[in-house]
Design a binder for this molecule. Structure first.
Ligand code: CAA
Length: 257
């Protein structure tokens, strides 16, 4: 499959999607979103893939939704066309997705990173929701996911002033899982991806589902849901293999069943 706005590679069991519209700082236009959708759907169906990494360039993960593409839309074109609705695939993918962010992750770029399961940031990363500066507000989950990640005070600060937040501040605030030197970003993200992809796939999918449930439900329901999933994993061969390997002091050989 050949793409115009992204590059797609596989590294053993890790799928890598590199956003590639350098002339527009990876601004997210309809073609790019549909290509990301297509690549993710392919990785989701591919038994040989256990984790996906999404990255951009050194200068920009993505500088937001494509302002030039959307600026002339009428209300009814925006509302009825629901062009942001097409981004939801990223949040619906069941396999783990790591965002590897260097440079600008602004507006829809920050929102795309937050749709992934966690963010590894280069020390050059700059996060922000600057939509207010162009007369709108975040439209791909920014007011919701950013608030859940960093709390109300910092989310309000970023969404209302449109200022950028560097990698260190983002890590302190809980938006970012770890910060690494820019030169090591993709290698570190692929390493994390490979570690995840080496786990039992059913366990990884359930772990992701259970953590995400924490944002959707009450504590008591979430704990109950987690326990159901935990017990259900005893029906897998991988649970038997994982625990036997521990007792026998060897590496487990998971078969994703
Ligand atoms: N959409 C379309 N084109 C964009 C873009 C965007 N979001 N961001 C950057 N570009 C383009 C610029 O227009 C420019 O193209 P030309 O050379 O053809 O003029 C090129 O990328 C390089 O950009 P700059 O010259 O501006 O680069 P810079 O280094 O001086 O500034 C920047 C970098 C601070 C990121 C600046 O480009 C910027 O502020 N970009 C817009 C950020 C933004 O407002 N994002 C939110 C978009 S709205 C949104 O995302 C809605 C949503 O929630 C879904």
């Amino acid at each position: 499959m050949s793409y115009e706005t992204i590059e797609v590679e596989t590294h053993d069991r890790v799928g890598l999607i590199r956003l590639n519209r350098p002339q527009a700082l990876n601004a997210l236009n309809a073609l790019l979103i549909s290509e990301v959708d297509c690549a993710l759907t392919g990785f989701e169906k591919d038994d040989g893939i256990g984790c996906v990494v999404v990255t951009g360039s050194e200068k920009a993960f993505a500088a937001g939704a494509d302002i030039k593409e959307m600026k002339d839309k009428s209300f009814s074109e925006a509302f009825l066309g629901d062009f942001i609705g097409r981004w939801d695939t990223v949040a619906r993918v069941r396999k783990p997705i790591v965002a590897a962010v260097a440079g600008f992750a602004l507006g829809g770029g920050c929102e795309l990173a937050m749709m992934c399961d966690f963010i590894i940031a280069a020390d050059t990363a700059q996060f922000g929701q600057p939509e207010i500066k162009i007369g709108v507000i975040p439209g791909a989950g920014g007011t919701q996911r950013l608030t859940r990640a960093v709390g109300k005070a910092k989310a309000m600060d970023l969404v209302l002033t449109g200022r950028m937040m560097g990698a260190e501040e983002a890590e302190r605030a809980g938006l970012v899982a770890r910060v690494v030197p820019a030169a090591d970003l993709v290698a570190e993200a692929l390493k994390a991806g490979a570690a995840i992809a080496a786990m039992s796939l059913p366990a990884a999918l359930m772990a992701k589902e259970a953590v995400n449930a924490a944002f959707e439900t009450t504590l008591i329901e979430g704990v109950r849901y987690e326990r159901r999933l935990f017990y259900s994993l005893f029906a897998t061969e991988d649970q038997k293999e994982g625990m036997a390997a521990f007792v026998e002091k060897r590496k487990p050989a998971f078969r994703n069943r």
